[in-house]
Structures are given as C-alpha cells and as structure tokens.
Design a protein around this ligand. Structure first.
Ligand SMILES: [Ca+2]
Ligand SMILES: [Ca+2]
Ligand SMILES: [Ca+2]
Length: 455
C-alpha cells in the first residue's frame, strides 16, 4: 500500500465528511499524515461537496502515475491543475463515475462529470496520446473478475471531455514506445478457453484511437503475471511480459515498436524460442537501479544436478536486452523469499561460484563456494545464515570459534542475519589461490551486497 494512498484516505477520514467511509486506516497512520495546507483542504472539501448523493470516493486499482484519492492534473492545457476524483454509488454497486473540478476566481467548480457502469476502476493514467502536448485521461473500467475490462480515453478541450476511444482489454501498457513524444497504447487480449493471446497497438489517428498494428503472442500461457513498460535499453522503451506456463514455470517476452510496428525481439530471424523460459515464476524488474529493466534467467548452481527442482538454490542471473535479438548479462543474485532477503554477487563471482545449502548449520543457511579449480576443490567464500533473535549470542559464539569474520547484516521478523567470511588460506594450487583471493569480499562488501526484500 503506497503512502500516498494512506495519506489520501487518512485525510478524508479525518474530515469525517465521507459518509460511510470504508477506508480502514490504523490510528497510527492518521497521526503520521502530514498537515494539510489550506488550499489542499479547500480542494478536498470541494470534491466531497460535488460528489453525487450516496457516492463515496474510490481508488483505481492500478495507477502508474501514482495512487491518490484526488488527482491534480492540467487536463485542458490552460496551465491550471484540475482536480479529478473517482466515485462509486453506495446504493448501486455497478455505478461508477469521475468528477473533474476546475478553479475559477479562487473557487472550485465542477467542470465535467463522467458516469459509467462497472464495479471497480481498474486503471487510471494521464498521458498525452493525441500529441497536442496536453495529457489525456485513460480509465480502465472493470465489471468484475470474469468480464472483459474496458479502456476509455478522454481528451479535454476547454471545459468539455471528449471520448476518443473505447476498447476492451485483459491487460494494458501505455507509454511512448517510439520516442516521438506521443504515448502509444498497447492492449493485451487473452482468451484462456480459445488459447489466444495478442497485443494490439493503438494510436490517435484522425480524431480517434485506432488499432495500427497487431501481434499474436503465445496463447498457451496460464495468464499474465506482470506486464511492465519501461526502458529496455538506455534510449528505447519496451514492454516486458511475464506469463505463467505449465505447472509453475514462466516465460518472458519483450515487445518494442520498430518502424511503427510491434516486434517480439526474441522472435527474429527464426530464432527459437520466442521467449525466455524459467522453471519458476519470475518477474522482470530494474534490479540494479540503472533505469533499465532486467530479465531474470534462473541458473542451476554447479553440483545441484541431483537435487529435486524445488530444493535447488537457484542463481538468478539478470540480463538486459542487447538491442538486437539476444541478452547481455548484468548481475547474479540469490533470493530467499521466505526469509525475505536477496544477496547480490560481485561481478568477479560470475561463472566462478556455486551455492550449497548448509541446513546442518542453521535452516536456510547457504554457502557460496569458489569452483574455479574444479568442483572437487571448492573453497568457501561466504556463508549466509539466519536464526531466531533470541539465539543470537549462542550462535555468534559458535561461529566465532571458527577462523572467520562474522558480519551482522540486520534483523527482520525476529530473525538475525549474519554473513561469515573465512579467514584462512585456501587449499589450492597457486594459480587458483590467486583467483580465489580476487573473489574474496570484506565485511563492508558483504553488507552492501545483502538486501532485505519486500514479501
Ligand atoms: Ca487546466
Ligand atoms: Ca510515441
Ligand atoms: Ca536495471
């Protein structure tokens, strides 16, 4: 739950003006809400005043521009922000709407109202899809789980809202995919019973949003687990589609726009497969915070070949699109989702280490070992372990008896996390000993490579 969400909801509940306010906000969050400026309070009061009777504010489920109960945005290009809020009628659960207020002579007045049938607002974004330099309003209305959602685009001129497109979708992505300053809309259609999946590119042509290209995708998927529009290279945007396949596997497809058409980058020149496959569900993300989205490729550590799939301590090998038809390696990391941490590997470890589970030491323990000199001459580089906080002293004493540096990494959910770095000389021939020394990390690096992750 984003902070903005809590703040918006908290303030409205504080005012006590929303009849039947259903936002469950813990008192501690109410206290944390920043003081509201007089202008902001005036806007909020005006929005509530202009709601139809029996309506209460509702929040879109997905808002790439940021989730807030009231959005402030200049929709008609006059340099003044309008206030946009969505509501739901209490009596009729299928009546939704939006009110748009503008400020005239220091007073908020209703500029436009949109009414729609549906049960929830699935999507809300503000992007310029017409190319006039002013943001348009894109709303995805949902009628429920089993019903196709509908995207409606509104362009504002003066004080009136004009509907410029209405199209059904399963999922969607909106952004400037061809760097011309105007956003494109890509709607994904998935029919599970017909095994059909496709992407449709929409552009604003002659006064309306019209389909300008269409691309068939793999229809044998179970469903989309994530659709993410973001930088695929430093200068080009793309859409990363992570989809579930089979019992627990997943595939990632990357779409870009080239010469005005959608292109599946891994499907060119007869190259197979047309997607990146993984044994478990993964989701693409900007793992190294460089502004470019990485694709996860799970890699089985050397020496785990006999293990059942579910027990393997997978290496997550993150890759970026190379701008052609392949991937380039960026970083390796290890995840333990149940304990809630990620360990990034330093670049020097790439292809030279393996992971072994060391459950005998403590459940969840892993040992990273150097394998440059061959699998039979593994040398420990780092042990990562965690244990209940109340066993901290006893465990640390145990570890200190070994020739090793103990690095406390932090605590979470009543568990203490430590890294153990061996101190002794490796039992390796000179050439490999030198390489091993190059791969060693110190306490500072261990702390930098370790991250708690959101569960
Ligand atoms: Ca305006
Ligand atoms: Ca564009
Ligand atoms: Ca990145």
């Amino acid at each position: 739950m984003s902070n903005k969400w809590i703040t918006g909801a908290a303030i409205l509940c504080c005012l006590g003006l929303v009849s039947g306010c259903s936002f469950a906000v813990p008192p501690v969050d109410l206290l944390k809400a920043p003081s509201v400026t007089a202008d902001l309070q005036e806007m909020r009061l005006a929005v509530i005043e202009h709601l139809p009777s029996g309506a209460k504010l509702t929040l879109p489920a997905h808002s790439p521009a940021g989730t807030a109960a009231i959005n402030e945005i200049d929709l008609n290009g006059d340099g003044q922000n309008e206030a946009v809020a969505f509501y739901k009628k209490e009596m009729n659960q299928f009546e939704l709407g939006a009110i748009i207020l503008s400020r005239k002579n220091g007073k908020w007045e209703k500029m436009a109202e949109i009414q729609e049938l549906g049960s929830t607002v699935h999507y809300l974004d503000f992007q310029d899809v017409t190319g006039n330099g002013v943001k348009d309003m894109l709303v995805g209305w949902s009628g429920g789980e089993e019903v196709k959602k509908e995207l409606t685009a509104y362009s504002f001129e003066g004080t009136s809202a004009r509907e410029i497109g209405r199209h059904s979708y399963t999922e969607l992505a909106v952004g400037d995919l061809d760097n011309d300053g105007v956003s494109e809309i890509v709607l994904f259609q998935f029919d599970r019973t017909e095994h059909v999946s496709k992407a449709e590119l929409y552009r604003f042509i002659e006064g309306k949003l019209r389909p300008s290209d269409r691309l068939a995708l793999d229809g044998t998927i179970n469903g989309y687990s994530q659709i993410l529009l973001g930088n695929a290279t430093e200068s080009r945007k793309g859409i990363f589609i992570d989809a579930g396949v089979g019992a627990h596997s997943s595939q990632t497809t990357l779409l870009v726009v080239e010469d005005g058409r959608l292109r599946n980058v891994f499907a060119g020149r007869g190259r197979a497969p047309e997607a990146i496959f993984n044994p478990y569900t993964v989701t693409s993300e900007d793992i190294n915070n460089d502004g470019i989205i990485e694709i996860d490729l799970m890699k089985q550590p050397v020496g785990t070949e006999e293990m059942p799939l579910v027990s393997i301590p997978w290496i997550h090998s993150w890759h970026q699109w190379d701008g052609q038809e392949s991937l380039k390696w960026v970083r390796d990391s290890y995840f333990d989702f149940s304990a809630g941490f990620r360990l990034d590997f330093p670049e020097s470890w790439h292809d030279l280490v393996t992971i072994r589970k060391a459950e005998e030491a403590s459940p969840g323990s892993i040992v990273i070992e150097y394998i440059g000199a061959g699998e039979h001459r593994k040398q420990e580089l780092l042990t990562l372990t965690y244990f209940p906080r109340n066993q901290k002293q006893e465990k640390e004493k145990e570890w200190k008896e070994k020739q090793a540096i103990i690095v406390p990494l932090g605590e979470r959910n009543d568990k203490s996390f430590i890294a153990v770095l061996p101190e002794g000389n490796p039992n390796l021939p000179d050439k490999y000993a030198r390489e091993y020394e190059r791969l060693r990390i110190d306490a500072q690096q261990a702390r930098e490579l370790f991250h708690f992750v959101h569960l």
